[in-house]
Design a protein. Structure first.
Length: 373
C-alpha cells in the first residue's frame, strides 16, 4: 500500500476483529468447555462441599474432581462437619468415596478452591479467608468464583449442572460392567460418578417430582447408561435406625395442625439429621401442605421445612421466621428449607436480648407460614 496510515489502520482493524472473535468464541462456548479450560490451566484443586454434605453435594464434588483429573489437574474432595444421615452415609460407603473432613482453613488441600452446591465457604475455622477459584451451585446467593461462576437457581440439583458439563464435552457414561479404558472417548463419566449424580438429582428433586426443571430430566437421561442399578438400590434403601423412627413418630404424634399447616417441636434430640426426615413424613399427611419440624441439640435449635403449597416458599418462610433472633440463619428453596438458632443460656433470644419461649416461637412459625408477619 502507498499509504502507511491506511495500512496501519487495516492491521489494527484485523487485530481487533481477531480479538473480538476470540472473546465471542470464549463466551458463547458451552459452560462445560469453559470450565474444562479453566481446570486445564491448574496443577491441583480442592473441591469443597458444604457442611454435613448430602448426596447432591457429594456427587457434584466427585464429578468435578473427575473432570479436573481428566483435564490434567490433581483434585481432592473435602468437607467440614459430619456425614450423619443414614442415607448420606450409605451414599459415601456404597460408592466408596474418597473424601476428606476438614476443620480449619489450613486443612484445605490446594490454593485453588472450587465450591460445589454452595456459593460461600462456611463451616470451618478461617472459611471467610477462602477466595474461591470457581463456584457451581443451584442455591440462591451472591457468592462468586474468581475465574468461573455458574449458579443456576432454576435447576433442581447441582448434579444436573455438572452432568451437563460432561455432556457439553461429548463425554461417554461408562456402563458398570466396563472400565473407562474400554470406552473410546476423550472424556468419560465413570459409573461411580454417573450413579452418584443421578442419585443427587433424585434426592434434591424428590425423585423428579418437585422443584425440578426439564434440565434435570435431561441430565438424568444422559447419565442413565452409566448407572449401576445395584449400587443405586443399596443407597436408596439403607437401614433406618430405631432413633430416626422414634423421632418421626414423635413429630407426627406431637404435631400442631392449623388448616393446611403443621408445626412439630420434638424437643431434645441426639441426631439433627433426623429432623428433615421427620419433615418429609409429616408433609405427606392428608390435608397438610406445609410443615416445619424443630428440635434442640447441643444448644442449637434445628429447623427443617417442607412445602407442597404454592403459597409457601419454604426457604423464605424459614428465613423470615429466624430473622429476628440472634445467632439465627435459614434459607432454602420453594419446596424445602432448613435453619438453626443458637441458644443463649438455653434460651431463644432476639437481637435485642428479649427471651422468646418455644410456644411463642411456634406461633411465629405459623404466622410466617400464613404470611402474616
Amino acid at each position: 500500500m502507498d499509504h502507511p496510515a491506511v495500512a496501519a489502520a487495516v492491521v489494527v482493524g484485523l487485530l481487533a476483529l481477531v480479538a473480538g472473535l476470540a472473546l465471542l468464541r470464549r463466551f458463547t462456548r458451552p459452560e462445560g468447555a469453559q470450565f474444562r479450560d479453566e481446570l486445564a490451566a491448574l496443577d491441583e484443586v480442592a473441591v469443597l462441599l458444604h457442611p454435613n454434605p448430602d448426596p447432591d453435594a457429594m456427587a457434584t464434588g466427585i464429578a468435578v474432581a473427575s473432570l479436573a483429573e481428566q483435564a490434567g489437574a490433581d483434585a481432592r474432595v473435602q468437607y467440614p462437619g459430619q456425614i450423619r444421615h443414614q442415607e448420606n452415609r450409605a451414599f459415601q460407603t456404597v460408592l466408596e468415596l474418597d473424601i476428606d473432613r476438614i476443620d480449619h482453613v489450613s486443612d484445605v488441600a490446594a490454593e485453588h478452591v472450587i465450591l460445589v452446591d454452595h456459593n460461600r465457604p462456611r463451616g470451618f475455622a478461617g472459611a471467610d479467608s477462602v477466595l474461591p477459584f470457581a463456584v457451581i451451585d443451584h442455591h440462591p446467593g451472591d457468592g462468586t468464583g474468581e475465574a468461573f461462576t455458574d449458579v443456576r437457581t432454576d435447576y433442581g440439583a447441582a448434579s444436573s449442572i455438572v452432568a451437563e458439563y460432561f455432556e457439553d464435552l461429548g463425554a461417554t457414561p461408562v456402563p458398570p460392567a466396563k472400565h473407562e479404558s474400554e470406552v473410546d472417548s476423550t472424556y468419560t463419566v465413570p459409573s461411580t460418578v454417573a450413579t452418584g449424580l443421578l442419585y443427587g438429582i433424585l434426592t434434591d428433586t424428590k425423585r423428579l417430582t418437585a422443584g425440578c426443571s426439564a434440565a434435570d430430566f435431561g441430565a438424568a437421561g444422559f447419565l442413565y447408561p452409566g448407572v449401576d442399578e445395584d449400587r443405586l438400590d443399596r443407597i436408596a434403601n439403607p437401614e433406618v435406625s430405631t432413633e430416626v423412627l422414634d423421632l418421626k413418630a414423635r413429630a407426627i404424634a406431637g404435631r400442631d395442625v392449623r388448616g393446611p399447616f403443621a408445626v412439630s417441636d420434638v424437643g431434645r434430640i441426639s441426631n439433627a439429621d433426623a429432623i428433615p426426615q421427620a419433615a418429609d413424613e409429616l408433609v405427606l399427611l392428608e390435608g397438610v401442605t406445609a410443615v416445619v419440624v424443630l428440635g434442640e441439640r447441643q444448644g442449637t435449635i434445628h429447623l427443617s421445612g417442607r412445602s407442597r403449597d404454592d403459597r409457601v416458599h419454604m426457604g423464605r418462610t424459614l428465613d423470615e421466621a429466624v430473622s429476628a433472633f440472634a445467632d439465627g440463619s435459614a434459607g432454602g428453596h420453594a419446596r424445602m428449607g432448613g435453619g438453626q438458632i443458637g441458644l443463649r443460656d438455653g434460651e431463644i433470644r432476639t437481637d435485642d436480648g428479649e427471651t422468646v419461649d418455644r410456644d411463642a416461637f411456634r406461633e411465629r412459625l405459623f404466622a410466617c407460614l400464613s404470611g402474616d408477619t
